[in-house]
Design a protein around this ligand. Sequence first.
Ligand SMILES: Nc1ncnc2c1ncn2[C@@H]1O[C@H](COP(=O)(O)OP(=O)(O)OP(=O)(O)O)[C@@H](O)[C@H]1O
Length: 265
Amino acid sequence: MTAVVVDKLTKVFNQGRPDEVLALADVDLTVGDGEFVSLIGPSGCGKSTLLRLIADLIGPTTGTVTVAGLPAAQARREQEYGIAFQQAGLFEWRTVRRNVELPLELRGAGKAERRAKAEQMLELVGLSDFAGHYPGQLSGGMQQRVAIARALAVQPPLLLMDEPFGALDEMTRERLQSELLGICAKTRTSTVFVTHSISEAVFLADRVVVMSARPGRITASIEVELPSRDEAGRQAPVYFDKITEVRQALRGISTGPRADSRAEA
Ligand SMILES: Nc1ncnc2c1ncn2[C@@H]1O[C@H](COP(=O)(O)OP(=O)(O)OP(=O)(O)O)[C@@H](O)[C@H]1O
């Protein structure tokens, strides 16, 4: 089943008021089952808005969002997705284990099941030894891994990530990118990943979706096939070619409306 279908989505904030903002205009996006899509575009183009619409944290002005064949609101109720944002967003007063258990608790899972699942997820992100620690005792990268473990705890078919590695140093970031790919492959999760980093977008994704400046429209969709998603992949000529292609697509957007024929329509 298709993980996400976004159909003719438009989002206007503060409609009818002087501070009205057209954030997204006529966005169509399909994410295949098990596909990893990176979303990239200039600041303020509506990436987070699109992610929040998919997650049903906000509602569309017009258009529809379908997640795993369900309307977004129903998918949210049935916990069809997990979310991880730039700030890890952990609860400081809960141990790492209890943070990961939270979505299971909300779902009404029993204690033994919660415990077992949290342990499994923490093992996946390499943090089994830190289950009893509090977030404040962990580094930023470790906190991000806890957030990813939490997002994955209910084994959602869809993972929505908004610059989850934005605040991390380059080395930690690259390590977590590899870990994330490993996790997604193991759990067969479909992923929409918002980033400002062209190289990160290319390294992670099966497809990089490029958005124009506000109002956000999708202006390019670039398939990425690397020989491998590891150090060798980062050295491959095709990796650099794709980085150039994405950069040019982004530049096309900022150098004028001609690059986006739909913007003129
Ligand atoms: N709740 C809101 N009320 C009014 N305007 C909003 C709201 N949320 C977002 N916007 C506006 O919608 C536009 C898109 O914002 P959004 O955060 O989705 O962009 P973004 O591409 O994620 O930006 P960045 O890359 O800087 O994080 C911006 O102009 C923003 O000011």
